[in-house]
Design a protein around this ligand. Structure first.
Ligand code: PLP
Length: 449
C-alpha cells in the first residue's frame, strides 16, 4: 500500500464532522481511516498494514475483496442491479436454493432481510403468529441485534438503554461452565441444570404464553460459549413438549465460522426457524434472512405473512451470496476453518494459556475462539469489570494497543479477546497473528494479581 496521509486526513476530517458512529460517545472516538483491504489484511493511509483478527464484525468469512465475488457483484450490477421483491428473479431464486440446500432439516424456505437484526424481528413475528402466543425467551449473555425487538432479546448491557417492558421478553441462563450460574463442576451438571432451569422458567411463565425460545447456537459477541453436548437437543425436546418454536440465531455462527456450514450441524439439531446474515455473502452487500421449516411455512400457505421489506432479496446482495457460497464450496473454506481451528488455533491458544496468567479460559471451534482475560486465575475476576463503560478499561485497552502496534487488529469485548479471522485465513497468517497476541498478552499479564 502506498502512503497518502493527505487523503487520509480528508477522509478523517469529513468522518469526524459528519459521520455519527454506532454504540459510541461521538467525541471520545478516533476511527482509523482505512485506505484499502484485501484477503485477511487492511491498511491505513500511512501505509501501515493490519492482520484482521476480527473479520470486520465477524462477517468477512472469505476475507476482503475476493475476486470471484467482486466479479459476480459487478456482473449483476451490469445486468440487473435491483428489482422489487414480489417478482421471481434469478439471483434471488438461486441464493435461496443454495442456502436451503445447506440449512439443516426441513428449513427449506428463505425469507430475505437486509441484515441480522431484522431477521430476528421477523423470526419472532413468525413464531408469535404461528403459535398465537406473546412471549419470547432469550438468554443472558447474548446479542440479537440493534432494532427494538432484537435489542430487547439481547442479554448484555447493550440492551439496557433501549429496554422496553412491552417487548414480551423473558431472559434465562444458558450453560456456561466457566462462570456457572448453577454451581456446576462438570459440563454434564451444567447441561442438566441449565435445562432444568429453562423448563422451570417456562413452567412459571406459563407454557401457553411462550411463543419461542431464541438462542445463538454458539453465543458470539457475548463470549463464544460452546454449549455442552446435549444442551441444544434438550432445548429442542422442551420446545416440542410445550409447542414452543425453537429459533436458532446463526447470524454470527453460520456460514463456515464454526468449521461447519451452520453451528447447528455440530449438534445435529434442527430448529424451527434459523436466522442468518454476515457470512452469507461475507457482508459484501447487506443481506440477512430467516430459514423457515415446513411446519411454519404451512402457517402462511393460505394466510398472508404480514411483513416485508423493499429490499427483501435484493439482487445485488443475492448475487453476492450465490458467488460467496460457490466460492466457499469450491475452495473448501468450511473444511479449512475446521482443520485450522482444530490443528492450529486451539492448540496455540491453549499453549498461550499455559504461559500467560491473564488467560482464564480458552474456548471455541473452527475460526470462532475466545480468550477470557482475568486479574486472577483462582478467583476468575475479569481483567476489566462487566460492562466497563464508565469504568477503568485500561488493561484491555493496553492489550489491544500492543496487538495493533504489532500489526494485528484484535476483537475486544469487555474482558475478552476473540480470535475470529476470516475462515480462509492461511496458516502462516494465523501464526503471525498468534505471535502478536502472545506479546499483547504479556501486557495483560502486568495487570494480574
Ligand atoms: N444476531 C447475532 C448473533 C449477531 O451476532 C448479530 C450481530 O452481530 C445480530 C444478530 C445483528 O445483526 P446485524 O448487525 O446485521 O443487524
Amino acid at each position: 500500500p502506498q502512503p497518502n496521509p493527505q487523503a487520509g486526513a480528508a477522509v478523517k476530517a469529513a468522518d469526524r464532522a459528519h459521520v455519527f458512529h454506532s454504540w459510541s460517545a461521538q467525541e471520545l472516538i478516533d476511527p482509523l481511516a482505512v485506505a484499502g483491504a484485501e484477503g485477511s489484511y487492511f491498511w491505513d493511509y500511512e501505509g501501515k498494514r493490519y492482520l484482521d483478527f476480527t473479520s470486520g464484525l465477524v462477517y468477512t468469512n472469505i476475507g476482503y475483496q475476493h475476486p470471484g465475488v467482486v466479479a459476480a457483484i459487478q456482473e449483476q450490477a451490469a445486468r440487473m442491479t435491483t428489482f422489487a421483491p414480489a417478482f421471481a428473479v434469478e439471483a434471488r431464486s438461486e441464493a435461496a436454493r443454495l442456502i436451503a440446500e445447506r440449512t439443516p432439516g426441513d428449513l427449506d424456505k428463505i425469507f430475505f432481510t437486509n441484515a441480522g437484526a431484522d431477521a430476528v424481528e421477523h423470526a419472532v413475528r413468525m413464531a408469535r403468529l404461528h403459535t398465537g402466543r406473546p412471549k419470547v425467551l432469550s438468554a443472558y449473555r447474548s446479542y440479537h441485534g440493534g432494532t427494538q425487538q432484537a435489542i430487547n432479546l439481547t442479554g448484555d448491557p447493550r440492551r439496557w438503554a433501549s429496554d422496553s417492558g412491552a417487548a414480551g421478553v423473558v431472559h434465562f441462563w444458558a450453560p456456561f461452565l466457566y462462570r456457572s450460574r448453577f454451581y456446576a463442576e462438570t459440563e454434564e451438571q451444567e447441561c442438566a441444570r441449565a435445562l432444568e432451569h429453562l423448563e422451570t422458567t417456562i413452567a412459571f411463565e406459563g407454557p401457553s404464553t411462550v411463543a419461542a425460545i431464541i438462542l445463538e447456537t454458539i453465543p458470539g459477541t457475548a463470549g463464544i460459549m460452546v454449549p455442552p453436548a446435549g444442551y441444544l437437543a434438550g432445548v429442542r425436546e422442551i420446545c416440542d413438549k410445550y409447542g414452543i418454536v425453537f429459533v436458532l440465531d446463526e447470524v454470527m455462527a453460520g456460514f463456515g465460522r464454526t468449521g461447519t456450514w451452520f453451528a447447528a450441524d455440530l449438534y445435529d439439531v434442527v430448529p424451527d426457524l434459523m436466522t442468518f446474515a454476515k457470512g452469507v455473502n461475507s457482508g459484501y452487500v447487506p443481506l440477512g434472512g430467516v430459514a423457515i421449516s415446513a411446519r411454519i411455512a404451512e402457517t402462511f400457505a393460505e394466510r398472508p405473512y404480514p411483513g416485508g421489506l423493499t429490499y427483501s432479496g435484493h439482487p445485488l446482495a443475492c448475487a453476492a451470496a450465490v458467488a460467496t457460497i460457490n466460492v466457499m464450496a469450491q475452495e473448501g473454506v468450511v473444511e479449512h476453518a475446521a482443520r485450522l481451528g482444530a490443528e492450529v488455533v486451539g492448540p496455540a491458544l491453549r499453549e498461550l494459556a499455559e504461559r500467560h496468567p491473564s488467560v482464564g479460559d480458552v474456548r471455541g471451534v473452527g475460526m470462532f475462539w475466545a480468550l477470557e482475560l482475568v486479574r486472577n486465575r483462582e478467583t476468575r475476576e475479569p481483567l476489566v469489570p462487566y460492562n466497563a463503560t464508565g469504568q477503568d478499561n485500561t488493561p484491555m485497552a493496553a492489550f489491544a494497543a500492543s496487538a495493533k502496534a504489532h500489526g494485528v487488529w484484535p476483537f475486544v469485548n469487555m474482558n475478552r479477546t476473540h480470535v475470529v479471522p476470516p475462515c480462509n485465513v492461511s496458516e502462516a497468517e494465523l501464526k503471525e497473528g498468534l505471535a502478536a497476541l502472545d506479546t499483547a498478552l504479556s501486557v495483560a499479564d502486568d495487570y494480574t494479581v
